[in-house]
Ligand binder design. Structure first.
Ligand SMILES: [Zn+2]
Length: 477
């Protein structure tokens, strides 16, 4: 066996815990995890002494903005941020222009990733056209995504074809998805309750960051809780595996905990802003730049508890960049501002910082960013774990490196981060995708188009894509 790369001397986070070992890489996959005394020739060695060797993040919730909103970010800039942030696989989201709702638009998006993505990728289309559901599955997706909003046919953020509110429609689509074996990602939202609640705020003239924050969190988060209760009940009724985005309230975390205990196939995710941003102080200081959503302190405590006990399975960024102009209007007209924040570049480091602060065990942090998303989205043994045979998607991190996040380092086109000025205690030094550096020594070194479709080993879609790539690389006469 010829070894391409040996990562020596680091503390390697394996599924059974941390161990000081060397990681051997051959053909883009992990070929061995061995002691330092094992002598074997390798083309290249990275000294990881004093460092943690971790699986790369599998981020299943990323808004790349391409096609349609490339002034915010595109696949290249998104995956540059991913590389810098230790994210080795991204799953894009369908609220693009055109929205990803059928085989044609999904194929177009796949081609775009194939041309410019630096890291491995997949994409979550919206399953609003029943006749397209199986065909999109056959292309190699791992999940579908919808917003539980009334489809008003508008453009952004919930373009026509990505909203689904009617419960009968939800159940019908779940029945279709069951046949594909894929997971259904749902942005929970009770539109009828929200129409009433935000109407009250707007009638009182509270079109401000504080008003918006309060409306979404009103009555202890009722718009989230009722939506999630519906999703859980329909998941049970259909057998459809569901994934709940943006978990943030105490009651909904308890509901997920109960559903799991009852055997419902549900996973949920926490986005960076819930544990690390969006306190009331953040809303007051950063206004529209803090929002996504306000998470009141008692709910944030429940979020941390859910992260620790595993009720919250997954950390995914919900990277949702917007320009300063799109945010600035929010100081006086928050309902006209775009909500969401960039997040993919710093989430992994914020999680490692939380480990250093004792908020979360290293095992839970790694499970949340890498191992569990890979398992729950059909990439077990391929992504998310440092095990022999898996892709060599590896992050090398210094857990004793204090540094300060600033807008100057932001690789998003938008040029800002809500974490500007925040000091963290851990730093990602190197990101490796299938054995090759994509980020090292403070610079993105990955090549556009290096990333490939993230798929199960036995997925015919991946084999077809690999075959095409092989042919492209050959001198066909
Ligand atoms: Zn999102």
């Amino acid at each position: 066996m010829s070894i391409d790369l040996r990562i020596s001397g680091g503390v390697v986070m394996t599924p059974s815990g941390p161990t000081t070992a060397d990681v051997l890489v051959a053909g883009g996959r992990i070929a061995g995890i061995v002691g330092s005394d094992v002598s074997i020739e390798s083309d290249r060695t990275i000294d990881a002494t004093g460092r943690l060797v971790l699986p790369g993040m599998v981020d299943v919730h990323v808004h790349t903005r391409e096609p349609g909103y490339e002034h915010k970010d595109d696949i290249l800039t998104t995956t540059q941020q991913a590389a810098a942030g230790g994210v080795t696989t991204i799953f894009g989201m369908p609220n693009l222009q055109p929205p990803t709702t059928d085989v044609a638009t999904l194929s177009d998006v796949f081609e775009r990733y194939g041309r410019t993505s630096i890291v491995d990728w997949n994409h979550n289309p919206a399953p609003t056209k029943p006749a397209e559901i199986q065909g999109m599955s056959d292309l190699g997706i791992r999940a579908y995504k919808i917003y539980m909003v009334v489809d008003t046919g508008r453009t952004y953020p919930h373009p026509a074809g990505t909203g689904m509110h009617d419960h009968g429609h939800l159940l019908q689509i779940m029945d279709h998805i069951v046949a594909t074996g894929k997971r259904f990602i749902i942005h929970p939202h009770d539109q009828a309750l929200m129409d009433y609640i935000e109407g009250q705020y707007l009638a009182r003239g509270e079109n401000t960051p504080e008003g918006y924050a309060s409306a979404y969190a009103a009555r202890e988060g009722v718009i989230w809780d009722t939506a999630i209760d519906v999703v859980l009940r329909l998941a049970e009724a259909s057998g459809c595996p569901v994934h709940i985005a943006h978990i943030q309230t105490r009651r909904s975390i308890e509901a997920v905990r109960r559903a799991k205990a009852a055997g419902v196939d549900v996973t949920c995710e926490v986005n960076h802003w819930a544990p690390f941003l969006s306190t009331w102080e953040d809303v007051q200081v950063l206004g529209p730049y803090a929002l996504s959503y306000w998470v009141p302190d008692d709910n944030r405590a429940a979020v941390w508890e859910g992260m620790r006990d595993g009720t919250i399975d997954i950390a995914s960024s919900d990277h949702a960049p917007h320009t300063r102009e799109e945010k600035e209007i929010g100081w006086t007209e928050m309902w006209s501002a775009h909500t969401g924040t960039p997040g993919i570049q710093y989430y992994y480091e914020l999680m490692l910082d939380a480990v250093n602060r004792g908020e979360l065990s290293l095992q839970r942090a790694i499970d949340m960013v890498a191992t569990v998303p890979a398992e729950k989205f059909g990439l077990e043994g391929v992504k998310g774990s440092l095990v022999v045979g898996a892709d060599a998607d590896i992050v090398i991190a210094d857990m004793a490196h204090e540094w300060t996040i600033t807008n100057d380092d932001v690789m998003s086109k938008t040029g800002w981060t809500p974490y500007d000025g925040r000091t963290v205690s851990a730093r990602i030094e190197r990101t490796i995708v299938r054995g090759r550096d994509v980020y090292a020594d403070g610079a993105v070194v990955g090549e556009p188009g290096y990333g490939v479709l993230a798929a199960a080993r036995n997925d015919p879609a991946a084999q077809a894509a690999e075959h095409t790539a092989d042919l492209a690389g050959k001198d066909l006469k």
